[in-house]
Design a protein around this ligand. Sequence first.
Ligand code: HEC
Length: 229
Amino acid sequence: MKRIIGTLVVTGVVAVLGVAGVVYFGLINVGADDPHSAPVHAFLDTARDRSIEMRAQDIKVPDLTDQQQIRAGAGNYDSMCVACHLSPGAAPTELSNGLYPAPPNLATAGLAGNPAKTFWIIKHGIKATGMPAWGKSMEDQYIWGMVAFIQQLPTLDTSQYQTLVASSGGHQHGGGETSQRGGGGHHNDGDAETGHASDHDGAAESDQSSAAKSTQHIHADGKEHVHEH
Ligand code: HEC
């Protein structure tokens, strides 16, 4: 018995040293252009899915068919999400191409799981993926608005999308963004999320939201609309 325990301890120590060595000698390539191996991918995928499932299970889903909420979701989505998640008819962007894991194209994919999971993901973000935690600056009702909107998104064509965004009243999410900037909100400078990406991108990207864009995006970075809870 003692000997078995001894063997197990030695094996454990060797395994830990092995892993430490792999890390110490930099054998893990953290480059975003180097995909995970299949086992690492499967491990991370499962960890992510289980983590979200467990945390989203008690979230109560409100009515997601309210048109006004969907419209508000459209305005916020167009301001904050399209650079990574695209919109109907939009060409890929540098962000959508360059991030790893790649942001899913929500214009075609729709909701991956149930609305509660989508809400959790938008609110809390996903570590080390580029998906931000929007709950730091957005109130829940606005996050639900985007969930409601994303649910409809795959059914919209380019012009329906634009019409909905134009009717949304722009970017508003209870994070202090409108009160800080007052009326109008014509604020296109230094817009890292949308302006920059679309500047480099061909016709598909600029025609898809130019009408709405100039009045939409009121804040330029996360810092400006973080507020105390
Ligand atoms: C800087 C890029 C970036 C921005 C901006 C961004 N996301 Fe994401 N998002 C990601 C990435 C990357 C993933 C994939 C993470 C993963 O695979 O684990 C993701 C995942 C998601 C998912 C899960 C989709 C699925 O199929 O599992 C949802 C929903 C989502 N984002 C919604 C949003 C919304 C809504 C916004 C805007 C408020 C937004 N994202 C803004 C990068 C971004």
